[in-house]
Design a protein around this ligand. Structure first.
Ligand code: GDP
Ligand code: MG
Length: 165
């Protein structure tokens, strides 16, 4: 099995931390190597018969220029071409305008979106369900996976889920 996964999310939610955890040292070597002009391969995860290529999708963020509109279209094209989109959010700060903007973009995409609730080490377990509800009201997600990218907690579960896409 092999496939492409795009990672989206507002700044500071933990995208790089997750990639570092999954791919380790390789990321430093690969992160500056452009795959196309605007999509960067963050890294490749390989385990037995599985290979997952992670893509950074910088154009998804809010921009106020014509170039920004173009970047957005490029990003949306990418998101439509991958097997799954990982939408990372930060449960310690909760739902914000940056998240809402990304969700609006994701509504234009047909690819399954996996909601990754990151930084669960920062909150009490009881506070997670209401946060999940907030996101669920805004969009239908294919899966919801809580993780801590920093400690690696539940990251293996996320990789297991990805093997099915
Ligand atoms: P990015 O902008 O989405 O790539 O976010 P980064 O990976 O650079 O992470 C932003 C900050 O959040 C850094 O200080 C990370 O150490 C921190 N961070 C990332 N994941 C976690 C997590 O699971 N738990 C905690 N407590 N901090 C995290
Ligand atoms: Mg980053």
């Amino acid at each position: 099995h092999s496939g492409f996964v795009a990672i989206v999310g507002r700044p500071n939610v933990g995208k790089s931390t997750l990639m570092n955890h999954v791919i380790g040292q390789k990321i430093a070597i690969m992160s500056d190597k452009p795959q196309t002009t605007r999509n960067k391969i963050h890294g490749v995860y390989t385990k037995e018969n599985t290979q997952i290529v992670f893509l950074d999708t910088p154009g998804i963020h809010k921009r106020k220029s014509k170039l920004g509109d173009y970047m957005n279209q490029v990003a949306l094209n990418t998101l439509n071409e991958v097997e799954a989109v990982l939408f990372l959010v930060d449960v310690s700060t909760g739902l914000g305008s940056g998240d809402k903007y990304v969700i609006e973009q994701l509504k234009k995409v047909k690819t399954p979106v996996i909601l990754v609730m990151n930084k669960i080490d920062q909150v009490h377990p009881e506070s997670l369900p209401p946060i999940i509800l907030q996101y669920n009201e805004l969009h239908e997600f294919a899966e919801i996976v809580p993780i801590s990218a920093l400690s690696g907690n539940n990251v293996n579960r996320l990789l297991d889920v990805l093997e099915h896409y």
